[in-house]
Design a protein around this ligand. Structure first.
Ligand SMILES: [Zn+2]
Ligand SMILES: [Zn+2]
Length: 341
């Protein structure tokens, strides 16, 4: 089964100055001067450093909120509210450790790079060839070219600046667990601080350390809620077996068809048949049931689902079972060449 394997949508390619540096200031060009080569190298270094800013920001946020929560609230509260402090500090450290581990794995794991030797004959794809216009790779189903990473990524979900990496077939589980444990860490901080906030915040003057704890409480509340909504949306995609890129494409087609049906003014109501036609625009051929969709990312062993120490997908990232056609079990497939960095 083949879906459109066009390059990633424009939203992922906007502001992509690095690609322009590659194509316009390529060192291979015979017309390029030494000064331009130095400038190009400097621009690339600056672009690389710039891409690390979100990760540095996250590390700073983790460190600062850790110091505020543990040293300015947790340890002093062991005297005044021992049961709350012990349980909260215990849960907070467990969730934070799992968050950091999943985060590091999401950053450091190659999302699934298409090998130059890969051919679509190695898959159950009905397409003879799907050559990437940008890097020349032979793209399998659901792979997309990422302009930030400058390569084709297997089952690309989206490029995430917060991990400076693509979310793809090989690191999708780590990314999902990072979101999950980040939300749990935020809510542990939020709920454990409510009582303290009620008792302290209305005092006449707060100390410097108490102000840090109040700010940590606000960050946990706001960040936790925003991340919860994002995480729920991501789990919905996982359970429906649709990537973020595929979802955006479906939404674009849905809007275009709705406009065609209703016209620009859109003054009338949609009929039942039109509603069901539009609903069909969101159906994914890869949606083979919630449990199986979930296992494609989290593996088929329940006890490993929420532990970021294993990553055992039930698919190879290249052969995709669909509602029309089952893929061979992994054990019966030819090993597929996915380059791992
Ligand atoms: Zn490519
Ligand atoms: Zn990328």
């Amino acid at each position: 089964m083949a879906v459109s394997n066009h390059d990633s949508p424009s939203v992922l390619e906007s502001n992509d100055t690095t690609t322009e540096i590659d194509t316009e200031d390529s060192p291979e060009s015979p017309l390029i001067s030494n000064t331009e080569m130095v400038a190009s190298t400097r621009n690339r270094s600056l672009a690389y450093l710039g891409s690390l800013v979100p990760i540095i920001f996250v590390v700073f946020l983790f460190t600062w909120t850790y110091v505020s929560y543990v040293f300015f609230w947790g340890i002093p509260s062991l005297q005044s509210h021992p049961s709350n402090a012990i349980v909260s500090l215990f849960l907070y450290h467990i969730f934070l450790a799992l968050t950091i581990y999943s985060y590091a794995k999401a950053i450091l794991t190659d999302p699934g790079t298409v090998s130059p030797n890969f051919t679509t004959q190695q898959t159950n794809s009905t397409e003879d060839s799907n050559i990437c216009r940008k890097c020349g790779a032979n793209k399998p189903e659901r792979a997309h070219h990422c302009s930030f990473c400058k390569k084709c990524v297997v089952k690309m979900d989206h490029h995430c600046p917060w991990i400076n990496n693509c979310v793809g077939h090989r690191n999708h589980k780590y990314f999902m667990l990072f979101l999950t444990y980040l939300v749990l860490t935020c809510f542990t901080g939020f709920f454990s601080l409510i009582q303290w906030i009620g008792e302290t915040v209305f005092q006449k003057a707060l100390s410097f350390q108490q102000i840090q704890v109040v700010i940590t409480f606000l960050i946990a509340a706001i960040f936790g809620m925003v991340m919860l909504l994002f995480t729920i949306a991501q789990y919905r995609h996982v359970c429906r077996n649709v990537t973020t890129i595929e979802h955006m494409e479906k939404r674009r087609l849905w809007r275009r068809r709705r406009k065609q049906l209703l016209g620009l003014k859109g003054t009338r109501e949609l009929t039942q048949s039109e509603k069901s036609e539009l609903k069909g625009k969101f159906e994914s051929p890869y949606d083979i049931g919630t449990r199986q969709n979930f296992e494609q990312i989290f593996g088929d062993k329940k006890w490993k689902w929420f532990l970021p120490f294993w990553n055992e997908s039930t698919v190879d990232g290249v052969n995709w079972p669909t509602v029309f056609e089952e893929a061979l079990p992994l054990t019966q497939q030819e090993p597929v060449d996915i380059l791992v960095l």
